[in-house]
Design a protein around this ligand. Structure first.
Ligand SMILES: [Zn+2]
Ligand SMILES: [Zn+2]
Length: 409
């Protein structure tokens, strides 16, 4: 039996590539404008990096990691790239470089999830990380860079959902308040939420289980919880961020229940939504993670970043077709065809040949499908040092001097 792709994985076919490339070209352009530099970290890392960096109590680490042992080391295919980028930041002592350090990445990530619409086990993310600034202007600039990037790939009606989770002090207070409100109803919550109650109660707000949502609604947990009460510093940070976004004309909605799935966020969390194709879609999420560098053994380095799924972007943007080739060399003399095709390529043109000496009519038929021009080199042309150039859209053709033609390109 033929071997097929594994569940939750997908080939990116050549005809999809022009659109992938367009998205990546936009990333290079927009991130360069804002002084982000690309970094590529390995696809696998020590399992411990994700346990510490993503958080022991997250679904990602508990249920979804591809881990394996090699020579007594536990390794894991990266489920996300922030932990890896922080590891690289520390390993290459980038805290000594010019600050802030602004990085972006693109590559495959791996999560063992139940495959469903829009979720794959191997997927690709584009993301940015900015290290070394605590100021709200850094958060605003990161969010604005996301908006600019999405606009440049053609996403429309972008809006940002915004919240602040506060610092550790703020979160301790909020966590205590939440636990007090939830405790009387703990028995009615799902098994995951019961665990979360002990390990990471904030995540209970993220639960998608309808029974849990029911409990929250019936008992007006969210209303009672109201907004997270931020300390003065966190509150100032959040107000500044909003004023910067106003100034940059970024449309945002405050969502006090946005907590995001990862443990490491502090203060700012956000999601960017787009209204492409009729429905509202969260395309990207991110936030500030001022403690992560320390958690991973480094000094105190505040940071902020976001990530977006490439497959999601692909599904929300217009299909792009690869342009046809410039030239197709038609000849029954393979040696001459090989030579001419490469002379054309050396003039920065795209060119193909048939790698056969079959009938010209067959070669021209193929040329018409993939190329704008056929360059015909028959016996006559070879003798006279000429080429017959045929426009495959209008079928006009003319015979030209070989040398002059190549020079004119
Ligand atoms: Zn605070
Ligand atoms: Zn639940």
């Amino acid at each position: 039996m033929a071997i097929k792709t594994q569940k939750g994985t997908k080939d990116v076919l050549p005809e999809e590539n022009a659109q992938w490339k367009k998205i990546l070209d936009s990333a290079y352009k927009i991130f360069r404008q804002a002084n982000f530099k690309r970094i590529s970290t390995p696809i696998f890392e020590a399992t411990e990096l994700f346990q510490r960096g993503v958080g022991d109590s997250t679904d990602i680490v508990n249920k979804e990691m591809y881990s394996f042992d090699k020579n007594g080391h536990s390794l894991t295919l990266r489920p996300e790239n922030t932990a890896g980028v922080v590891r690289a930041f520390l390993e290459h002592t980038m805290q000594r470089d010019i600050q802030p350090v602004k990085l972006w990445y693109f590559g495959p990530m791996f999560r063992y999830e139940r495959p469903q619409a829009g979720r794959q086990r191997q997927f690709h993310q584009i993301g940015v990380e900015m290290f070394g600034s605590e100021d709200a202007s850094a958060d605003a600039d990161c969010i604005y860079t996301a908006v600019k990037f999405f606009e440049s790939v053609g996403l429309q009606n972008l809006s940002v959902e915004l919240n602040s989770l506060g610092c550790n002090d703020c979160r301790d207070k909020f966590r205590a308040k939440l636990k007090a409100l939830i405790e009387p109803h703990l028995d009615s919550l799902c098994e995951d939420c019961k665990k979360r109650f002990e390990t990471n109660p904030l995540r209970i707000l993220d639960c998608k289980n309808p029974d849990c949502k029911d409990v929250f609604e019936k008992n007006q947990i969210l209303e009672k919880l109201s907004k997270l009460e931020l300390c003065e510093e966190c509150s100032n940070h959040y107000e500044k961020l909003k004023s910067y976004l106003d100034m940059l004309n970024v449309k945002y909605v405050e969502n006090p229940f946005l907590v995001r799935g990862l443990d490491y966020y502090t203060r700012t969390v956000f999601e960017v939504k787009s209204e492409n194709l009729g429905s509202q879609n969260a395309v990207c999420g991110g936030g500030r993670y001022d403690n992560l560098v320390e958690t991973l053994g480094g000094p105190h380095v505040p940071a902020v970043g976001w990530a977006v799924g490439m497959e999601r972007l692909y599904s929300l943007t217009e299909k792009v077709e690869e342009p046809k080739l410039d030239y197709f060399v038609v000849s029954d003399n393979i040696k001459e065809a090989l030579k001419l095709a490469n002379e054309l390529r050396s003039k920065d043109k795209t060119a193909e040949l048939d790698y056969s000496s079959r009938k010209f009519a067959k070669q021209i038929e193929k040329a018409g499908k993939i190329s704008n021009y056929a360059v015909i080199v028959g016996e006559n042309e070879l003798e006279q040092g000429t080429l017959t150039v045929k426009n495959l859209n209008t079928f006009e053709q003319q015979t030209v001097n070989r040398e002059e033609f190549l020079k004119s390109l």
